[in-house]
Design a protein around this ligand. Structure first.
Ligand code: SF4
Length: 376
């Protein structure tokens, strides 16, 4: 086969054979994938794995995203969103009513998820967060609440004198359904010390996901790429995530997040190229034999690159989002929201089949729901 011989010429024949035999790729294999100069051969291999699992199906959901406060005591160098103190220029904290209004304003829309991530605010009472969740459930009892990164959970535990498990339990009692994957950045200590030294470390981050899975919740894990990390550190990050998944099976998606350099302390670095973005998604698909979904978060990759990523291992585009701030304050030029019609069209024009899912990947609308031509 022509393409397989191209993969062989690119030095990927042995890895292709391992994948055919169902043999898990090693650390060395992962580094070799990143070193392979033939991006199309790498993409072809990743696409083969993607289609083995999902065929042409590409998932998205109808969600809103909400950042209730950008006040944050941490000082991550890549962050353009946070403000240190309440009252600092550009800082904000929503009242509960303002936050709930974001959901009320969408009454009548078939939303299935509210995704909440915040800065680490030093002065809000814990009740703010439990009431936030309770209020959302009062407004829409069926809505799935995917809220608070493991970094926020660790911060709550330290600030309010609770264990991580107590925090999770009390948030679950208030309506929390699952955890988003933010805050992972890069797990390697060398990088963490430089770019995010004052927030929860890798072991605790993973332990919080482990605990959440044990308590019956699902979660995702992200990886911030394209700054000072090496190929080895990317693979290390993936393998630590893969090991957690071996233990718990609670991860739904791995989400590479592109570093954006505007308005932060790492602005001298260039943003990762589209080719690097495609390669990261492809390598992730190949390394994760146990995580079902690789997500191309279109806000982070850009819309066109997200479409291409659907041929480089990704099978999920996240959702409609609405009002994203974290990436837009760091220079993202994507829209802040997309309608479900736009997302479905974007998937169709990429040559894939759109499937609306809920947070837990139950199918809401399959490809047959489209009533218009992909050529529109
Ligand atoms: S990335 Fe998160 S924890 Fe770090 S400074 Fe920004 S808001 Fe705070």
């Amino acid at each position: 086969m022509v393409v397989l011989s191209r993969a062989e010429r690119a030095g990927l024949g042995e890895i292709a054979a391992k994948l055919d035999a169902g043999v898990r790729l090693s650390f060395e294999d992962g580094v070799r994938l990143f070193e392979c100069p033939d991006t199309l051969a790498l993409g072809w291999l990743a696409n083969r794995e993607r289609e083995r699992r999902h065929g042409a199906r590409t998932y998205y959901n109808f969600n809103i995203r909400l950042e209730a406060t950008n006040v944050c005591v941490a000082s991550c160098l890549f962050c353009s969103f946070a403000r240190l103190r309440p009252g600092d220029a550009g800082s904000y904290t929503m009242s509960l009513e303002q936050a709930w209004d974001k959901l009320r304003q969408r009454a009548g829309q078939p939303l299935t998820e509210v995704h909440v991530v915040n800065g680490l605010h030093p002065d809000l009472p814990f009740d703010y967060y439990t009431e936030l969740l309770r209020g959302f459930k009062r407004i829409r009892p069926e809505i799935h609440l995917k809220c608070f990164t493991a970094v926020e959970i660790a911060f709550f535990a330290d600030l309010y004198g609770k264990t991580d498990e107590q925090v999770l339990r009390e948030l679950m009692d208030a309506g929390l359904d699952s955890l988003p994957g933010g805050g992972a950045e890069i797990f390697a200590e060398r990088v963490r010390r430089k770019i995010c030294h004052d927030k929860c470390g890798t072991d605790r981050y993973l332990e919080i996901h482990r605990t959440a899975h044990r308590m019956g919740m699902r979660s995702n894990i992200t990886m911030l790429y394209g700054h000072i990390e090496t190929a080895e550190e990317r693979i290390d990050h993936m393998l630590r995530t893969r090991a957690l998944q071996d233990e718990t099976g609670g991860l739904q998606a791995f989400i590479p997040l592109a570093f954006h350099p505007d308005n932060n302390q790492m602005r001298k670095l260039p943003a990762p190229s589209a080719v690097d973005t495609l390669r990261v998604h492809a390598v992730a698909r190949l390394m994760f034999d146990n995580v079902p979904h690789i997500k191309a978060f279109w806000i982070a990759t850009g819309v066109e690159t997200a479409q291409l990523a659907l041929w480089f291992g990704a099978d999920d585009l996240d959702g409609t989002v609405q009002e994203e701030r974290i990436y837009h304050m760091a220079g993202s030029r994507t829209p802040e929201a997309m309608s479900t019609r736009e997302i479905r069209r974007l998937i169709r024009t990429a040559g894939r089949e759109p499937v609306e899912r809920d947070t837990l990947y139950n199918v809401i609308q399959g490809p047959e729901a489209d009533t218009y031509s992909a050529a529109l």
